[in-house]
Design a protein around this ligand. Structure first.
Ligand SMILES: O=c1ccn([C@@H]2O[C@H](COP(=O)(O)O)[C@@H](O)[C@H]2O)c(=O)[nH]1
Length: 594
């Protein structure tokens, strides 16, 4: 743990079921390798995970079974440990590589910026050599424009103890709208037609492992890849290890195919185990599968040291390994070098992405709309022109906690450096119309709505994945005026604290830690604010200002509405960047100490 991280509290835990083949999975860590310093349930760091994995590998050896470590991408963007260095990732790649990972692939965040693609190509791919798999992502050399696979397309290997033959892939969902030009993503549909893939699915392994930056309910996994593999291999067990959607989720595609994804931001380490007749005899050829039952199990391990001690049977005194401790020290040194605890201001209250409804004063998007937007989208030359400002809610990616707001909190909340663009002197009614279409896309274009939003990524995908409101019993009690607090299990020292309470396609027993649930409210896809516009006297023309990330979405609305507006009408709205604007706002409004 990092020196300033809070200690976890003892909470009731479910055990891990071991099988012949077991996996520890991370995904969407987004740079959070220092852990969640102020959240006890997730306060372990990457060094603790290194120690944990070393012990788990030893335990696997002692049991004579196998353990594979897998990561499904989006390792960058979203935490100071990556974003606050120049160049970005200066410390992250070395810290990351301290963990031995057997199967690793890229996510979309590795492909938004040219330097991030180069970071993969120059650091992560060589750090993991043949374990890095890029089944449908190419690297394009910026100077020569030569295109080559970012890494090998697939990997065939035998596990250490059981000798199970594995064919492993590493896919990225069909992310083609926003990747930068030194990367190239081929659709999964086109990739499965390629000769190398057709050969790979005929390698006749004991198990297929499809690692992918793909949600377990996305068609790239549950339709295209599942069908392609299953059609040729009716009996072979398949393990899909996904990500991208930032939620804990698991489902069985059939009795011999499981799909699991393990959340976001290093809050979760996924555990998947499979047991039964996995390994087949060497002869005859073709080797028939023992069609005996394969059992699967999944757990979502909260990233804290008390859980790690429990699952390894160790204690504070016996848990840390040399390598784990060194990794923790590397993180501490990097955090200090980047001054991630630098005080920017004092947040007077917490602001939540989903725990309070949009419109409530505790909701971060209400805060964005009512407090921030008018002051962070400013262009001195046009300051007197009334403006309608629009931003996608995906721009804010983490809650703000009451109290010290540091360099770290800033990047956690918003790592994006996008600027603002505008269409000058646009008819007010037209600007309102575009905003309305982006907000209610589903009503305007019902045929293409959900998929469209998902593909273009207006909100983050976790906000798109879960649409229904859920009011937690504790909040319901508060609403009805009754008192509520932490639940004490009778006769034990355990408290039930708020945290992840997952219901997935396999039931409600996936979380290793038994938590009290949070309320959940889906935010809108965009928020807008009007500056210099009176409700009773609306101007004929306004500046329509929006975050540059939304350019393609706005263009798409124009196209759908057969509007004559196009890219040539969009101009830079000053030089303010999103992150810099928020920084200045915090300095100005939250300057008091705490
Ligand atoms: O410049 C950017 C890049 C991304 N976003 C938002 O982030 C999500 C993608 O992040 P995931 O972690 O893959 O969900 C994208 O959909 C946008 O909402 C952004 O706002 N600006």
């Amino acid at each position: 743990m990092q020196p300033s991280a809070v200690m976890p509290e003892q909470q009731p835990l479910r055990n891990l079921d071991w099988g012949k083949l077991n996996f520890l999975q991370t995904t969407d860590t987004h740079g959070w390798l220092g852990g969640h310093l102020t959240e006890p349930s997730y306060s372990a760091d990457w060094g603790d995970y290194v120690s944990f994995a070393q012990h788990m590998r030893r335990m696997a050896d002692e049991k004579g079974v196998d353990l594979l470590l897998v990561d499904a991408g989006d390792r960058v963007e979203g935490n100071g440990l990556y974003d606050s260095s120049t160049p970005k990732g200066l410390y992250l790649y070395d810290i990351y590589r301290q963990q031995d990972i057997d199967i690793i692939c890229p996510g979309n965040h590795e492909l938004y910026k040219g330097y991030a693609v180069d970071g993969e190509h120059d650091h992560t791919v060589p750090n993991y050599q043949n374990n890095y798999i890029a089944s449908n992502v190419d690297y394009v050399n910026s100077t020569t424009r030569v295109r080559e696979p970012l890494a090998p397309r697939y990997r065939k290997f035998k596990t250490k103890n059981q000798g199970i033959e594995v064919v492993a892939f590493g896919f990225l969902f069909n992310f083609r709208e926003a990747n930068i030009t030194n990367s190239l993503v081929q659709t999964v549909e086109d990739t499965v037609k390629e000769e190398w893939f057709q050969q790979a699915i005929r390698e006749d392994p004991d198990v297929f492992v499809v690692n992918g930056h793909v949600g377990v309910e996305m068609s790239e996994f549950n339709n295209t890849l599942y069908r392609a593999i299953r059609d040729v291999n009716p009996e072979t067990p398949i393990v899909f290890l996904g990500g991208h959607v930032h939620v804990r989720n698991a489902t069985m595609y059939d009795e011999r195919a499981i799909a699991v994804a393990s959340g976001r931001y290093f809050e979760t380490i996924g555990w998947v185990s499979m047991d039964g007749p996995l390994k087949r005899e060497k002869t005859p050829s073709p080797r028939p599968h023992d069609t005996g039952k394969i059992t699967f199990s999944r757990r979502y391990i909260d990233t804290n040291v008390l859980g790690f001690y429990h699952h390894t049977g160790l204690t504070k005194e016996t848990f840390d390994t040399e390598r784990g401790k060194n990794t923790t020290a590397m993180i501490t040194a990097a955090r200090e070098a980047m001054d991630l605890e630098e005080f920017f201001g004092c947040a007077p209250q917490s602001y939540w992405m989903t725990r309070y409804p949009y419109g409530d004063k505790n909701n971060i998007y209400t805060f964005l709309e009512q407090e921030l937007l008018a002051e962070i989208a400013v262009f001195k030359e046009r300051v007197d022109v009334p403006r309608l400002v629009l931003i996608n809610t995906g721009a804010l990616r983490f809650d703000i906690f009451e109290g010290r707001f540091t360099r770290d909190s800033m990047v956690n909340m918003c790592p994006f450096t996008n600027g603002w663009v505008y269409i000058p002197d646009m008819p007010y009614a037209d600007a309102k119309h575009v905003a309305d279409v982006l907000l209610h896309w589903e009503d305007w274009f019902p045929d293409q709505s959900r998929q469209y939003l998902m593909l273009l990524g207006i909100p983050t995908c976790e906000l798109n994945a879960r649409r229904e409101t859920f009011i937690a019993p504790r909040d319901a009690m508060k609403l009805s005026g009754r008192a509520a607090g932490q639940v004490q299990l009778s006769g034990s020292d355990y408290k039930i604290l708020p945290g992840h309470t997952t219901v997935d396609g396999m039931g409600s027993d996936g979380d290793d830690t038994i938590h009290e649930t949070y309320s959940y409210y889906t935010p809108p896809s965009v928020v807008t604010t009007e500056v210099g516009i009176q409700e009773r006297e609306t101007p004929e023309k306004v500046d329509f200002v929006f975050i540059s990330f939304m350019k393609k979405h706005v263009l798409s609305v124009f196209k759908n509405l057969n509007s004559t507006y196009g890219e040539d009408d969009m101009k830079d709205y000053g030089e303010y960047k999103l992150d810099g604007g928020i920084y200045d706002w915090v300095r100005m409004h939250w300057s008091q100490d705490c």
